[in-house]
Design a protein around this ligand. Structure first.
Ligand SMILES: Nc1nc2c(ncn2[C@@H]2O[C@H](COP(=O)(O)OP(=O)(O)OP(=O)(O)O)[C@@H](O)[C@H]2O)c(=O)[nH]1
Ligand SMILES: [Mg+2]
Length: 301
């Protein structure tokens, strides 16, 4: 890049659920702004992260994983991702190094080429720390065949921090010239309440199985100054589940699980906000909210 030339723009990360999009977003931003988990379909809204470098500013848009939807929530999440195609300069498809490219990936590429035929498409092989060098090479070739010869492919490991700066340079090179969109130092445009709700959901996801991760939603009810200590915040949150049986699981014997979730979430929130908090968690049942348009509306979908 020539001296003095500043490039800026938007790039979204898309891919099947659980392919490492949010972990990569956090690694590129250099701070946790998106929650991650080993369960598919963790991300439920588009999250903007901002990367600042001397000659570039990249606005990353992390999106929910794309899959064949089984609930109204699933449909809404897919629509949300499709909406972002038209708003970005570069679309980056994430494929994990340790999984074969399949029909789900081909379907996503078809959709992108149909809906955003002129947008620059880039391929990323994620989680390269999990496989051998030979396997990385094979996956890069397979991804290149899937996308076509005009698209670059880049291998990365977000967990090991490998190739992160290389990926930033490759994305920056595809951006138009233009000024920064966000002030220096701003890492996300997520409201603090959303960050708090997400960190609570992440803590609650830890260790639960089957359908429960999908049934969890978190809403921040109130944030007040803490009465006994003005420097602390008093945060009231509700964890919604879909059935009474799930409520008992989340609360645990004598409230033990909920307490642990509260402690873990509190530590994470305090780290990110830099403020000490008092966290009140309540669990409520919102019957089948994933399929109910009214409930979905109330929960912000
Ligand atoms: N070993 C390894 N694991 C990774 C890497 N990146 C992500 N993971 C793991 O893969 C799992 C899924 O990561 P996420 O970042 O939540 O995936 P996602 O694509 O955002 O998932 P959805 O939001 O559900 O679509 C988590 O358990 C991560 O720790 C990586 O570079 N190396
Ligand atoms: Mg995610």
């Amino acid at each position: 890049m020539a001296d003095g030339e500043f490039r800026s723009g938007f790039v979204c990360f898309v891919g099947r659920p659980n392919t490492g999009k949010s972990t990569l977003t956090n690694a590129l931003v250099g701070q946790k702004i998106a929650i991650t988990s080993s369960r598919p379909q963790t991300t439920r809204h588009t999250i903007r992260g901002i990367v600042h470098r001397e000659h570039t500013q990249l606005i990353l848009v992390d999106t929910p994983g794309l899959h064949r939807p089984r609930t109204l929530l699933g449909q809404r999440l897919n629509d949300l991702v499709r909406d972002t195609y038209s708003e970005v300069d570069v679309i980056t498809l994430c494929i994990p190094a340790d999984e074969k490219i399949g029909p789900g990936d081909k379907w996503i590429v078809q959709q992108i080429k149909q809906m955003a035929p002129k947008t620059t498409l880039l391929g990323v092989v994620t989680k390269i720390d999990k496989v051998s060098r030979d396997q990385i090479g094979e996956q890069l070739l397979a991804l290149s065949n899937l996308l076509g010869p005009e698209c670059d492919v880049v291998p990365v490991s977000a967990v090991k921090g490998e190739q992160i700066e290389v990926l930033i340079e490759v994305i920056a090179s595809k951006m138009p010239e233009g000024p920064a969109f966000y002030p220096d130092g701003e890492l996300t445009d997520e409201p603090e309440e959303t960050l708090m709700a997400e960190l609570i959901r992440e803590a609650a996801l830890e260790g639960v199985r089957d359908e429960l991760p999908h049934s969890l939603a978190v809403v921040i009810e109130e944030v007040l100054p803490y009465e006994q200590n003005e420097e602390m915040l008093d945060v009231h949150a509700i964890l919604y589940v879909e059935r009474p049986s799930q409520k008992s699981i989340v609360i645990g014997k004598g409230g033990a699980r909920l307490k642990e979730v509260g402690t873990n979430a509190r530590h994470q929130i305090e780290k990110i906000l830099g403020t000490r908090i008092y966290l009140n968690l309540h669990v409520k049942v919102a019957k089948d909210w994933q399929r109910d348009p009214k409930q979905l509306g109330k929960l912000g979908f």
